[in-house]
Design a protein around this ligand. Structure first.
Ligand code: SF4
Length: 437
């Protein structure tokens, strides 16, 4: 009998990768994916604990999914991801309709968990002291996809004072390069043209004894893979962005002209309180080196406002850094306390209204910068990897090497190809153009 599963994926690319891992395991057990939770026999919510807002969203979605059991009593509902890891079995008590909780390193146990559920057990698996198992790429699973993620390392050793990640993803562990390259080759064999190498801090990737193989060496080997057109990576930590890695942008033709380099705050006082391990001056120097080596490189970043003790003056340093660097795009958030972190105990806390006001000012500034940057592209030709249909009828969409979304009129024959697009107009977030060839 065919059964259906529904996965809601929240949060970062790590979670998207993990959801694909789950999808491959479930297809192996004859489950088919559905977009409609009402048609599902199994519902899994893959959660994010990085900020308060996604955590509340996850609980509210979980509540709504559990209600579906009234119509379908044999429905199984589970939770995975960072919230599952953080709260473990407490969630089974808090949500009586919840059937299982799957920790971040326990995904490989899902088939066993499903067997135990069939025997009527409630299941909790959240051991951080083990290495994850990684998916063997399942034949046909990625067919029709142009891009995919490949995890190269898990966890983080940095313990930034606001961050829950080291508590829910464990310490840094790098995967063997052969495993990463084999997975990438298997994806390319299914038609994938672009991979994003993933890790909480890819710059500190290192495998093997002594100095081992570092991230630049992995990038060079990935660059040599036949059939792969583009390589991206995320996320980078500024304190570990080495000259050797910056040099890769000058050497490797498949490495896209884009780096996501979170700066988090523009004030050295706040960076120190966050325990980020770099200064604003060092950050500026890194962006200059990157632009020297690849003048067209797009730089995007993460920043938060309202960290405990952030004064108006500190915030002005953040605004100043944004003006100076002129990021292509910025993911900006209000700080929120995360249970068990050091920042949770720091003060004074910034009132919500003040945080909202700072966020608004920051986002308006960035919007104007993003629009200006995109306007500079109007009239030029960009190379776009075609990813699929856009939301607008008859239009296709793709991304430039600099990670900008580009939409254009075209048919499906170009899916997965890199094409030339003449840019005609733009918004802060996307480009529109005409196909040249
Ligand atoms: S580097 Fe800092 S912000 Fe990033 S995952 Fe590690 S602790 Fe969190």
């Amino acid at each position: 009998m065919v059964r259906h599963y529904f996965i809601a994926t929240m949060g970062c690319q790590m979670n998207e990768y993990d959801s694909d891992h789950v999808g491959q395991l479930l297809q192996h057990r004859d489950f088919l994916a559905t977009e409609d939770p009402k048609k599902a026999d199994l519902i899994i919510i893959n959660t994010c604990a990085v900020r308060a807002k996604p955590e509340q969203k996850a609980y509210s979605l979980l509540g709504r999914m559990i209600v579906l059991k009234k119509r379908n009593p044999s429905l199984i509902v589970g939770i995975m991801g960072c919230i599952a890891q953080q709260w473990g079995s407490i969630l089974l008590d808090r949500f009586p309709g919840l059937d299982f909780v799957l920790g971040t390193k326990e995904i490989g146990k899902l088939p066993e968990i499903l067997r135990r559920l069939e025997q009527g057990a409630k299941v909790f698996a959240a051991d951080l002291n083990r290495m994850s198992t990684f998916p063997a790429v399942r034949s046909g699973y990625f067919a029709g996809r142009v891009k995919s993620f490949v995890t190269i390392m898990e966890g983080c050793n940095n313990f930034c004072t606001y961050c829950i990640v080291p508590h829910v993803r464990g310490r840094e562990v790098s995967r063997p390069p052969e495993e990463i390259l084999n997975e990438t080759t298997a994806l390319v064999a299914q038609g994938v043209k672009e991979v994003t190498l993933l890790g909480q801090n890819v710059n500190s990737y290192r495998y093997g004894r002594g100095h081992g193989d570092g991230f630049p060496s992995l990038l060079r080997r990935a660059n040599a893979l036949d059939g792969l057109l583009r390589i991206r990576f995320t996320t980078s930590h500024p304190k570990d962005l080495s000259d050797e890695l910056i040099q890769c942008f000058g050497e490797l033709e498949k490495l896209c002209s884009h780096v996501h380099l979170p700066f988090q705050a523009g004030s050295n006082r706040i960076l120190k309180a966050m325990r980020r391990g770099y200064t604003r001056e060092h950050y500026i120097e890194l962006t200059e080196k990157l632009r020297n080596i690849r003048p067209d490189i797009a730089i995007t970043s993460d920043v938060m406002v309202g960290f405990p003790g952030e004064t108006e003056r500190d915030f002005e340093f953040t605004m100043d850094l944004v003006r100076r660097i002129e990021f292509d795009n910025l993911y900006s958030f209000k700080y929120s306390d995360r249970a068990g972190t050091r920042a949770e105990k720091m003060g004074p806390k910034i009132p919500e209204a003040e945080k909202a006001c700072r966020l608004d000012a920051l986002q308006s500034l960035q919007k104007a910068i993003s629009l200006n940057k995109n306007r500079l592209l109007v009239g030029s030709t960009v190379q776009v990897l075609v990813e699929g249909r856009s939301r607008r009828e008859n239009q296709m969409t793709g991304r430039t090497g600099t990670n900008k979304v580009a939409n254009f009129n075209c048919d499906m024959n170009v899916l997965g190809s890199i094409i030339n697009v003449a840019v005609k107009r733009c918004s802060p977030n996307s480009l529109w153009g005409e196909v040249l060839d």
